[in-house]
Design a protein around this ligand. Sequence first.
Ligand code: ASP
Length: 425
Amino acid sequence: MSAKSYIFKHLWLQVIISLIIGLGVGLIFGDEVGIGLDDDTLDKMSTYLKIPANIFLSVILMIIVPLIFASIVVAITNLGGKEKLKTLGLGIGVYFVITTTISILIAITLASIIAPGSILDLTALQKTHDLSEADLQVTEGFSLDDIPGAVSNIIPRNPILSYLEGQMFSILIMAVIVGLSMAALPRDSVKSLLDLLESIQKITLYILLMAMKIVPFAVFGLIVGMVAKVGVETMAGLGVYMVTVVLGLGAMLLVYAMIIKLVAKRPISSTFSKFRNPQTLAFSTASSMATMPMTLKTAEEDLKLDTRVSKFVIPLGTTVNMDGTALYQVIAVFFLAQLFAIELSMLSILVIIVTSLLASIGTPAVPGAGTIVLSTILITVGIPPVGILLLLSVDRILDMIRTMVNVTGDLTASCAFDQITRDKS
Ligand code: ASP
């Protein structure tokens, strides 16, 4: 195979090439080593450079609601044996909570030992980001009052509204209820809807696979804008914080390796090497949702998992299982608490564990969502949410890495449950 056709066949290679070219072009436009374009010109240029990324994101958002709904309903209906449905349904819930809790504990340990926020000088940051004293006011955090409301609203009263507003969690609950009901009814009476949903699933998957062709261009545009505008120096200022997050994400990959070996009973290196395509796509798009078609394809074609398992675990995991996001959010909370010299009590730490677990479940699997949801956790603990501004300059790169971990977590879960449910019919 010639080098050219090799590159055309491998998305990960195209992405790496785009990253390198983007980095170079970004440096040329920036003022550290390059020609130093002014902010206005850079802003204008960024809006154009971001066009491929925006188009790609729009395609995902256009397609994702019907895709998730159809995938989950079809998966549950096809699960067949009641025993298998029970093991999968209950088991996967417990599994997701356990792995996310492990990632949160890793985050707490690392953030406490490394203490990335104690190293930085708040007043210098305050100046570069133009923040006033009022912005940094520490507020009263944590109230139990919101819990009843949140629990009562779990079932969507108006599913059409949930669809229109793209509330993924409500759509998920609705899909599970419809799927369970369809599984309980005789096949004949649900067949026509099942066929329709299967077609929807195939069509939406096809559209997404087509849209992936623009991913390398999207990566290029984003990287050029980031490097030229933010500059390598500012990014390096937050280096210790970034290293802490990356170390934590690396530790989580080790946990997955152990699950693959001990629970899924598969060889670690050859299984991990099959994860490469979805991992690259997750890294490039920073969206587990956009990666989902590729994740499903890998699970079925490369890992040869039982499709009844993969079609259930992957769409569900994409929406609710985000270990990388939870880990990042906890380190960010600790980082900002240390930066603002806020003492975290045992109760606050407990609250952080619970809210970040829930927050990672509720975070939409699209770029940057983890950072937006982070503000909820900060408010709950009483840390000024404006602190997020400090993290934004390096967020994209961390988002790319944590999304890769999120997707690896979903694939690992599918491998584990393929093994666990193997003997159940
Ligand atoms: N981008 C992440 C994902 O899609 C979510 C996040 O922002 O953490 O998995």
